[in-house]
Write a protein that binds this ligand. Structure first.
Ligand code: MRU
Length: 347
């Protein structure tokens, strides 16, 4: 089952707000529906958001009713703006939108029909390439996993968060496929519980042993010697190797460092933003206060209590043992080695 699937020019998404209670597919027929699904987190996870946004622009192109290329490009620009305003932190969204824009720029002298076809093809390519990149991340990353490993992960960086296979969970999948004995501890990941609802569900579907813990238990497990390695995904990595990921990631990195446990990040090159120098420049999304005050219909805290709800934090690269990308494993000094990686990949 794919979290993001393009069928008959309609985008099908697993509604991740309903899992694990209900496995429901929502259909997006317009770019506005795609934007709404990203904003409300029916689709979430940096690479999956990028793929969905690319299909959003394909939908904007397909449903353009006019005959003038210039007018179509105006409509695509409007759609791009709407899609870009959904969530600010994951750079894959902006990366995918920019890649689609380059395609319409390169074909601006072509007719409307041609433009529709090339944009649909580009969105499909972004989708397929993401799946292939995750396999490569898994292949590189499995080498870092001991033959018997107890791995802690945070949030959901799995098949649900990508076009398939996953980044952090892709590494775990690849290690298991290579015959290693892996056991995963999944942080529940307050406040939206991506670990409890999504990672636990996804790993159980694949028969990968998973034990759910609350976020506050991680330190205790490390102190008891129960964690060999931490692997997480990323929403944006800057040129110096700082990593924005789900809120709580930084605390895990500090804990892992104190306990001398390797802390690794898995992400494709589309998550690395070489235009930003350090993590301080990353825009951090703040979400609705009721995500903390309420749980569904249940009031958890006083209705009007003041709340602070940043959805992501930034882990400085000094706490990171390795960044596992689709082009290889990068270690410190990150600034130098990430630049080399991009040069080597011809980016
Ligand atoms: O708010 P979310 O659920 O979109 O946040 C997701 C994460 O933080 C993931 O770890 C990250 O996007 C990497 S997914 C391969």
């Amino acid at each position: 089952m794919k979290s993001v699937e393009w069928k008959d020019q309609v985008l099908h998404l697993i509604d991740q707000t309903l899992l694990p209670a209900e496995l429901k597919i929502v259909e997006c027929h317009t770019y506005q529906e795609v934007a709404d699904s990203i904003k409300t987190m029916k689709v979430r996870g940096a690479p999956a958001i990028g793929v969905a946004a690319a299909y959003g622009l394909a939908l904007a192109a397909i449903h353009f009713a006019g005959t003038e290329t210039g007018k179509m490009i105006e409509e695509l620009r409007r759609a791009k703006e709407v899609l870009a305003r959904t969530r600010p932190t994951a750079v894959n969204l902006f990366w995918a939108l920019a890649r689609m824009e380059r395609v319409w720029q390169d074909h601006r002298d072509k007719d409307v029909k041609t433009l529709k076809a090339v944009l649909e093809n580009e969105a499909r390519a972004i989708d397929e390439e993401d799946q292939a990149m995750n396999r490569r991340i898994g292949d590189f990353g499995k080498e870092l996993i001991p033959a018997k490993a107890r791995i802690l992960t945070h949030c959901n960086a799995g098949a649900l968060a990508t076009a398939g296979y996953g980044t952090a969970l892709g590494v775990i999948r690849a290690a298991q496929e290579a015959g290693k004995e892996v056991q995963v501890y999944a942080d529940e990941t307050r406040p939206l519980l991506q670990g409890a609802r999504l990672t636990a569900w996804e790993l159980m579907q694949d028969n990968i042993p998973v034990t759910l813990i609350t976020d506050s238990m991680a330190g205790y497990l490390m102190q008891q010697g129960k964690i060999d390695l931490v692997i997480v995904g990323a929403d944006r990595i800057t040129a110096n190797g700082d990593v924005a990921n789900k809120i709580g990631t930084y605390s895990l990195a500090v804990l892992a460092n104190y306990h001398k446990i390797p802390f690794c990040v898995a992400a494709p090159l589309s998550t690395i933003d070489m235009d930003l120098r350090t993590g301080r420049e990353i825009p951090i999304e703040e979400r609705h206060h009721d995500e903390i005050r309420r749980l569904g219909n249940l009031q958890l805290a006083p209705k009007d209590v003041k709340v602070y709800n940043p959805a992501f934090d930034v882990t400085p690269s000094s706490l990171i043992e390795a960044i596992i990308t689709d082009q290889g494993i990068v270690k410190a000094p990150y600034e130098e080695n990430l630049a080399k990686l991009f040069k080597g990949a011809g980016k």
